[in-house]
Each structure stands twice: as structure tokens, then as C-alpha cells.
Design a protein around this ligand. Structure first.
Ligand code: IMP
Ligand code: MG
Length: 183
């Protein structure tokens, strides 16, 4: 799906697929610098991070294992509900593993601070976080996000995995959803 397929539902394109790709190349280089040839367990947060994980891991030279968690903090609206639930847990034992959580976006920071504590408590050797996008509110919580793709304004965005009510995940790039869609 391209911007023109969304018509009036898309207010503005923020990042094209090509810009995202360039950014992921930069982040993958930093990841390789840090891990060297040690193996990484990439934990993708379903469903929004699917595209980020798929494109990122292919740029990493170190050995990568992939697993997935699904958590819910939102329901189908545009505001965090404040409650995190595990909808799908990892299949992998993270004991002594070097874990890299990959998330599409950090907004209130609630989801990631909870996930970080959760994986640390299972005995991972290290847990780091990569988020493709970061909204300003994330600065208010103390979540150490090591790798950030882009800082974005406080608008509801869709595309490249991010949805509104399960729509627009297949938009190639990332854009601002027009408020008339959810108001
Ligand atoms: P947080 O817990 O408030 O940081 O919310 C993080 C989660 O909320 C992300 O994993 C997304 O699923 C969702 N989310 C936050 N902002 C947006 C947005 O602008 N568009 C789509 N999903 C969002
Ligand atoms: Mg998410």
C-alpha cells in the first residue's frame, strides 16, 4: 500500500521506505559494533515490529536468533490503557542470552519498561532496546532505549507495521493518520 492508496486518511508522509531502510542500516552497523560476533536474541514485539525486525536482522552480520512476544497496552484506540498483558510469550529460554527487544514505537514507555523488567527478571545476560520511532512523552519515563530510529511529534502514526485498528500496517513508509479517521 502506498500513500496514494490511503487518500485523505493520510495527513502526511513522515518517512519513506527508503529513509527507514537507510536508518536501519545505520542501526545495524552500531549493533554489529557492539555485539561483534556474539549471538543476539532479537525479541520482536508483535505485531507492529514485524517489518522492523524483518528488515533489521538481514542487515546484521552477527548470528541472530529471533523470537516474538505479543503484549497489549492499547485495545483498539489511540491512547495507552495503562495495563500490559502478555498475549503471546516467548518460546525461547532467555537465561544468559543477550537480548535485543525490537519495538515499532515508544510512546508512554509503559510497554517497554514493563517488557524490559520482565525479560531481566528471567535471567537474561543483557537486555537492550531498539525502537524505530520515539514520541516526546517517552522522555518522561526512565526507559533506556539504546537504539532509536527517529524522534517524531506527538501524532498518531501508521505504516511500516504500525496500525490503527489493524489497518494500514502494510503502508510502505510511515505517515500521520488524519484525525478524521479516529475522531
Ligand atoms: P507505549 O506503551 O505507550 O510506549 O506504547 C507503545 C505501543 O503503543 C506500541 O508498541 C504501539 O503498538 C502503540 N502505539 C503508540 N503510538 C502509536 C502510534 O502513533 N501509532 C500506532 N501505534 C502506536
Ligand atoms: Mg506495538
Amino acid at each position: 500500500m502506498d500513500a496514494r492508496d490511503m487518500g485523505q486518511d493520510l495527513e502526511k508522509v513522515l518517512f519513506t521506505k527508503e529513509q527507514i531502510d537507510e536508518k536501519l542500516t545505520e542501526l545495524a552497523a552500531r549493533i554489529d559494533d557492539y555485539y561483534g560476533n556474539r549471538s543476539i536474541l532479537v525479541v520482536g514485539v508483535l505485531r507492529g515490529a514485524v517489518m522492523v525486525v524483518a528488515d533489521l536482522v538481514r542487515k546484521i552480520h552477527a548470528p541472530v536468533a529471533m523470537d516474538w512476544m505479543a503484549v497489549s497496552s492499547y485495545g483498539s484506540g489511540t491512547k495507552s490503557s495503562g495495563v500490559v498483558r502478555i498475549l503471546k510469550d516467548l518460546d525461547t529460554d532467555v537465561t544468559d542470552r543477550e537480548v535485543l527487544i525490537v519495538e515499532d514505537i515508544i510512546d508512554s514507555g509503559l510497554t517497554l519498561s514493563w517488557l524490559l523488567a520482565n525479560l531481566q527478571s528471567r535471567g537474561a545476560k543483557s537486555v537492550d532496546i531498539l525502537a524505530l520511532l520515539r514520541k516526546p512523552d517517552a522522555a518522561k519515563v526512565d526507559v533506556p532505549v539504546k537504539y532509536v530510529g527517529f524522534e517524531i511529534p506527538n501524532k498518531f502514526v501508521v505504516g511500516y507495521g504500525l496500525d490503527y485498528a489493524e489497518k494500514y500496517r502494510n503502508l510502505r513508509g510511515v505517515g500521520v493518520l488524519a484525525p478524521h479517521v479516529y475522531q
